[in-house]
Ligand binder design. Structure first.
Ligand code: COA
Length: 169
């Protein structure tokens, strides 16, 4: 094998408003395949009504992965290809929950590759038990006063309870 192996960094972009066990599952599985996984909290222009601030989301994710040596978190407000280009990243990790995710993901992967030829998207099938959840669904369940324990870690549950105090039915 020629020379020293190049360390492979991957990015896992998302709004993570908030992060759920589904995202965490994808991140930890992806982190086994790459030398470093960067969870990039993105500013999604189409989601102006986020519940948690950028810093609140970053802090929750840092707490979740505080013992995961090769998982780090960052923030980016532009296109994910710009983050990849700026940070020498050639891999985007995305989780596929159901067939309904595929068309949108395929479009995004193709557009990203058109903009940055070196960038490939690696898809992981979301763990079946998480394949129907989303951040919005978790917020909706919490809003109606039901337990979100199966879908978010304690740190996220506490932040949800704090943020939604007085809103919960
Ligand atoms: N487990 C649980 N939920 C999951 C999941 C999983 N494995 N994968 C996705 N989801 C949920 C998310 O929580 C999110 O739920 P919400 O809509 O209720 O918040 C939903 O599925 C969609 O997730 P995702 O596709 O990751 O959307 P996003 O908004 O979180 O992030 C980006 C998608 C990164 C593309 C978006 O932030 C973005 O547009 N970024 C900047 C611009 C850019 O680069 N666009 C792409 C151009 S080609």
């Amino acid at each position: 094998m020629r020379g020293a192996r190049v360390l492979v960094k991957a990015m896992y972009p998302g709004t993570f408003d908030p992060i759920t066990y589904g995202h965490i599952d994808v991140a930890r599985r992806a982190a086994k395949a790459f030398d470093k996984l960067i969870l990039v909290v993105m500013q999604n222009r189409l989601k102006s009504n986020v519940l948690f601030s950028k810093d609140e989301r970053l802090k929750m994710i840092e707490t979740v992965f505080e013992n995961d040596d090769n998982i780090v978190v960052d923030y980016h407000s532009g296109l994910m290809v710009e983050y990849a280009r700026r940070n020498g990243i050639n891999v985007v990790v995305r989780g596929l929950r159901a067939v309904s995710d595929f068309e949108y993901e395929m479009q995004m992967a193709a557009a990203n590759k058109k903009m940055l030829e070196a960038l490939d998207t690696f898809f992981l099938m979301t763990e079946t038990k998480y394949s129907f959840i989303s951040s919005s669904l978790v917020k909706e369940i919490m809003y109606h006063g039901n337990s979100v324990d199966p879908w978010v870690p304690p740190v996220v549950k506490r932040e949800l309870e704090e943020k939604m105090k007085g809103m919960i039915e």
